[in-house]
Ligand binder design. Structure first.
Ligand SMILES: [Zn+2]
Length: 222
């Protein structure tokens, strides 16, 4: 069993992550012959990009994607970065660890369910907002990034308050309290900026899940 994404929930121990993708589906979703949209990574015939909203937020979200995660179709971090104004994706790990582009200025928080993390609160979102660093990859990959990447220096580690079950239906072993990256970002923004933005991101996730399931059923990638 392998886990692809960090489980952001405070309610679940980090070493009890779910296996996010059905293996056969994962294989077909990663089929190399299928032309994929570089924006949403869905098969181009099912590209969602034109239907995605662009949402204004105070928080500058930076998705730190492990390079292996960058070629995974189930990845939702890139969708979050596409939808949220002021957000970006940085690919980390391997040779690309050095990022010439500086981070946006401001107080840095890392969304990560570490033992030493404290709960994210609405006060964190006051004022000009924060830079929210979101590691996206397996827990081990994210842990390694946290230890080694200079980007995290001086950043405070925060985690989400426990919430309801995940809406992310692309996973076989979804556990209560487990959420995907887009959902974790949505919940964090819900805490920082209010329910409305969280609801909009939930809609985006529902669309992405529905489209991904269509891609699998229709075997568009074969
Ligand atoms: Zn697309």
């Amino acid at each position: 069993m392998s886990a692809r994404e960090v489980d952001f929930s405070a309610a679940t121990a980090p070493d009890h992550r779910m296996d996010p993708l059905d293996t056969s589906a994962a294989k077909s979703m990663r089929g190399r012959r299928t032309p994929r949209c570089p924006g949403c990574w869905l098969p181009t015939a099912l590209c969602l990009c034109a239907e995605l909203p662009r949402l204004a937020v105070r928080t500058r979200v930076v998705v730190l994607m492990h390079r292996r995660e960058a070629v995974t179709s189930s990845n939702t971090g890139r969708i979050a970065a596409r939808v949220l104004e002021g957000s970006s994706v940085r690919v980390r790990g391997g040779d690309r660890a050095i990022d010439p582009e500086p981070l946006p200025g401001g107080r840095r928080l890392v969304l990560f369910p570490a033992a030493e993390a404290r709960l994210l609160t609405p006060d964190d979102g006051a004022g000009d907002g924060v830079v929210l660093l979101v590691p996206d990859g397996t827990w081990a990959q994210a842990r390694r990034l946290l230890r080694r990447d200079a980007m995290f220096e001086g950043a405070e580690i925060v985690t989400l308050p426990p919430a309801g079950p995940s809406r992310y239906g692309l996973r076989r072993h979804a556990r209560e309290g487990s959420v995907c990256t887009l959902e974790a970002i949505g919940r964090a923004l819900g805490v920082l900026e209010g329910e409305a933005i969280e609801a909009r991101l939930a809609e985006v996730l529902d669309r992405f899940v529905a489209r991904s399931q269509r891609a699998r059923k229709g075997r568009v990638e074969d």
